[in-house]
Design a protein around this ligand. Structure first.
Ligand code: NAP
Ligand code: ZN
Ligand code: ZN
Length: 348
């Protein structure tokens, strides 16, 4: 099916209209008319080939939420008219040890990401949510709780799961001191989730102007990370810090905040290697880890958690045609706290 989309054609070209082809729904496929798509910093990293792995043209977007228009004969979980969502994953081998454990993002045969991944059907690359519709196997399609505002729920599909997963895995909860570094798309959901899970939540931000929002979103304390005196007050005190920063920064400064046997978990991906002093790990015995989105089952668990607690994202709705300006603002940390594309603007 011919499908309207926005794509980048090279690392330096702005995103612009581009026609793609979506497959006709197969027996287990769901066709979704995309209503909203969140704008993740990974979209920008990919559009500009900052991680050196982009295949052009690239249609970014993996915070996809819309309405089901057609389903294949074998589909049992979705019907036309349902709200449905697709996140960062559209396929995996489904048989390896990691898939069997619900960790499809670490599929040993290679997970298929929603964009810039090898499409098992077309033989080309997958195209993401900056488009009017998507066709996805029902096994990778998620249900959206009816009480959540759809535009504000769409960033849960990446910003939500990417922060929920490490907070759950590393035990954020009552009696734990948890830090979130960076108040952007991921960070603001990290603050909301850490607070909702009952942890003492501390936001580290470089933007003084975000301190009041940090508290409103659920932080018990806000630390301006450029102020060494404020940083020193928290030395060696955290059970867990989740670092969402997208650019170069000093990891050693955050490791210094972690207590014995505590962890600094990286989810932000600065494009260049970061410096680490091994002494930051030795004294006193700290862990440095990473976390990548979450599996399909855990993503549904996160959506259901948000439905039960009425948790959604703080967003600024934009038109598809504003995407290049949105990228520039995201680079200036000027977004409160996630851009979401109203896909009606692409169809109109
Ligand atoms: P974002 O909305 O742009 O937020 C990033 C935040 O980092 C900014 O708002 C800013 O917060 C802080 N920051 C930016 N530049 C900084 C600098 N030079 N020094 C210190 N802090 C800085 O981005 P996002 O969409 O949340 O994504 C964040 C990162 O996570 C990106 O690298 C993205 O690719 C990655 N990501 C990873 C996964 C995964 O599975 N691991 C999933 C999605 C995204 P303050 O203004 O508060 O300082
Ligand atoms: Zn993302
Ligand atoms: Zn697998």
């Amino acid at each position: 099916m011919p499908t309207r989309a926005f794509a980048a054609q090279s690392p330096t070209s702005p995103l612009a209209p581009h026609a793609i082809t979506r497959r006709e729904p197969l027996a287990t496929d769901v066709e979704i008319d995309i209503l909203f798509c969140g704008v993740c910093h990974s979209d920008l990293h990919f559009a500009r080939n900052e991680w050196g792995m982009t295949v052009y043209p690239v249609v970014p977007g993996h915070e996809i939420l819309g309405r089901v228009t057609r389903v294949g004969k074998g589909v049992s979980q979705f019907r036309p008219g349902d709200l449905a969502a697709v996140g960062c994953l559209v396929d995996s081998c489904r048989t390896c040890d990691h898939c069997a454990r619900g960790l499809e993002q670490f599929c040993m045969g290679g997970p298929v990401f929603s964009y810039n991944g090898p499409d098992r059907h077309s033989g080309g690359m997958t195209f993401g949510g900056y488009s009017e519709k998507i066709v996805c196997d029902e096994a990778f399609t998620l249900k959206v709780p009816a009480n959540l505002d759809p535009a504000r729920a769409s960033p849960l599909l990446c910003a939500g799961i990417t922060t929920y997963s490490p907070l759950r895995r590393w035990g954020a909860g009552p009696g734990k001191k948890v830090g979130i570094v960076g108040l952007g798309g991921l960070g603001h959901m990290g603050v909301k989730f850490a607070h909702a899970l009952g942890a003492h939540t501390v936001l580290f931000t470089t933007s003084e102007g975000k301190a009041a929002d940090g508290k409103r979103l659920g932080a018990d304390e806000v630390v301006i990370s450029k102020d060494p005196a404020q940083m020193a007050r928290h030395a060696g005190s955290f059970d867990l810090i989740v670092d969402t920063v997208s650019a170069d920064h000093d990891l050693n400064a955050y490791l210094a905040m972690v207590k014995l046997d505590g962890s600094l978990v990286m989810v932000g991906v600065p494009p260049t290697p970061q410096q680490l002093s091994v002494f930051s790990l030795l004294m006193p015995r700290r862990h440095l880890s990473g976390s990548l989105i979450g599996g399909i089952g855990e993503t549904q668990e996160m959506l259901d958690f948000c439905g039960a607690r009425n948790i959604v994202c703080d967003i600024e709705l934009i038109r598809m045609q504003q995407i290049n300006e949105a990228y520039e603002r995201m680079l200036r940390s000027d977004v409160k706290y996630r851009f979401v594309i109203d896909m009606a603007s692409l169809k109109g």
